[in-house]
Design a protein around this ligand. Structure first.
Ligand SMILES: [Zn+2]
Length: 486
């Protein structure tokens, strides 16, 4: 029987985090390492916001972050009053976007060579490795009772994968060995004052990859590769290099021995200055780590991609491989989330769209993620059949199209489609039917143009390329849809 008092439930690592002394720098590709308070941020305003946020560590929001109104207005995600705060409901279009991102990241890790597994959501306090690990992981957790036993809900997919790899037979020929799970869900009992829409949640979806490496040199090499892998993942999702800032964190000892390695990440891969956090000792299991952070409209950072090199858990979990001379050896393990939590990615895209709009631009989601890519608008009922024909053809080509068959006026239909950030709005009337063309308004472009259904299809397919496709699960006809706004 397990019973854990509250004091033990507070992780040692959280207490150590309070003791560690961090020194902050900017590593500039040209100027090298500069103390953060002496760095000239003139051309790097976003990095300045990030450095301020990190150094001052103010996590709570003064007002409501703008992505919350947007996720509700676009009928994507909302609060669930029937659950614990930070456990959200996803409406059909939110589920669609989330599913596309999940598929994308899972496909990318498979291409990168990771093997996909699935592991349990809850774990015993009594397992010796887990008990010890809980103390070294800086997070708070949920507790679940089953009969007289207490279990904690996973806050990452690490333990499940480590327990699995403990029981596997691994040879040096298998290395580096990459294991992946899309952890739906991972649970962290964040302080209620720190919860913020879909930025900081208590239940979230975490793409979680672990790489078992034979030694530290190979782990470092893999760390460099995964830095590039994460850059590629964010850019394909539609988060541009200028829209995120890198933090690289490590101990003073690591810097002394690996200065050139860190400099090469910044110079050759990032190609812009990075925030450096240097610790006086290793307070958790990792050293070094990096993350890519989006700065939201409130000037607060949200970490997306991250990689850490783990020095403790191979031993803690008894993970071993057989080297080329038949000796049993432990690993250095990399923890990697190529995109960060999926909800956090949606948060970032909404906040970036809001910032763009505030700066006089047009808010939009990346085309591959936009729920309705083409909205067809019949001028009158007699044009509906043609709209259905065009929409079906687009859907067959992997494009999400729907039809506004409501009784609204033409002006209202177009303004509704604009409110939904729909990239292509196509009107069909007598003139269009005769010419076999659509009158098209492209989001972000002034005026209208005439295009055939085939031309739109080609244009969208060229832009989406190999990114995942998915169908609208809502009815193609707007009149047949429920309204999900609360
Ligand atoms: Zn992990």
């Amino acid at each position: 029987m397990a019973s854990v008092n509250n004091e033990q439930k507070e992780s040692e690592s959280l207490k150590e985090e309070d003791k560690v002394i961090s020194t902050w720098y900017i590593l500039d590709p040209k100027e090298g390492l500069v103390e953060a308070d002496k760095y000239d941020f003139k051309d790097h305003q976003n990095l300045k916001k990030f450095a301020d946020y990190e150094i001052k560590k103010v996590r709570s929001y003064a007002g409501e972050p703008p992505h919350i109104k947007l996720m509700q207005k676009l009928e994507l995600v909302d609060y669930e009053p029937g659950s614990d705060p930070g456990n959200m409901r996803f409406y059909p279009n939110g589920r669609l976007i989330k599913g596309l991102l999940e598929r994308y990241v899972s496909n990318k890790t498979a291409e990168y060579g990771a093997i996909e597994v699935e592991t349990p959501l809850m774990y015993s306090y009594e397992h010796p490795a887990l008990k010890d690990y809980l103390n070294r992981f800086p997070a708070r957790h949920y507790i679940v009772k089953s009969d007289e036993n207490e279990y904690f809900l996973r806050f990452a997919a690490c333990f499940g994968q480590f327990l699995m790899m403990h029981d596997a037979v691994i040879s040096y020929k298998n290395l580096p060995l990459k294991v992946y799970e899309l952890a739906r869900y991972a649970f962290r009992r964040e302080k209620s004052g720190e919860l913020a829409g879909i930025k900081r949640l208590r239940a979230f979806t975490m793409p979680d990859m672990h790489t078992l490496c034979g030694d530290f040199t190979l782990a470092k090499e893999e760390f460099g590769k995964q830095f590039g892998f994460c850059q590629n993942v964010l850019s394909e999702i539609g988060i541009l290099e200028e829209q995120y800032e890198a933090a690289i964190r490590f101990t003073q000892d690591f810097w002394k021995e690996n200065r050139e390695f860190v400099e090469s990440l910044v110079k050759d891969k990032l190609k812009k200055p990075a925030l450096i956090e240097m610790w006086n000792f290793r307070y958790a299991y990792f050293d070094p780590k990096f993350e890519f952070n989006v700065i939201d409209a409130s000037g607060k950072a949200g970490a997306l991609s991250t990689v850490q090199i783990d020095h403790e858990n191979s031993e803690r979990y008894g993970l071993k491989y057989v080297d080329n001379e038949g000796n049993s050896k432990g690993f250095k393990i990399l923890h990697c989330s190529p995109s960060g939590a999926i909800e956090r990615v949606i948060h970032a895209l909404l906040e970036l769209a809001y910032i763009k709009q505030e700066n006089g631009g047009i808010a939009a989601l990346p085309l591959w993620l936009t729920p309705t890519q083409v909205r067809l608008v019949p001028i009158s009922d007699r044009h509906l059949e043609k709209c259905v024909e065009v929409a079906n053809k687009l859907v067959a080509a992997g494009i999400r199209a729907d039809i506004d068959d409501t009784g609204n006026t033409m002006g209202k239909k177009i303004s509704n489609a604009e409110q939904e950030w729909i990239p292509y709005i196509c009107v069909i009337g007598d003139k269009e039917m005769q010419a076999n063309k659509l009158s098209v308004r492209e989001r972000g472009i002034e005026g209208q143009s005439n295009m055939s259904g085939d031309e739109i299809e080609k244009k969208i397919n060229d832009q989406i390329g190999n990114m995942p496709r998915g169908r609208l699960t809502l009815s193609m006809l707007l009149s047949k849809r429920p309204i999900f706004k609360g």
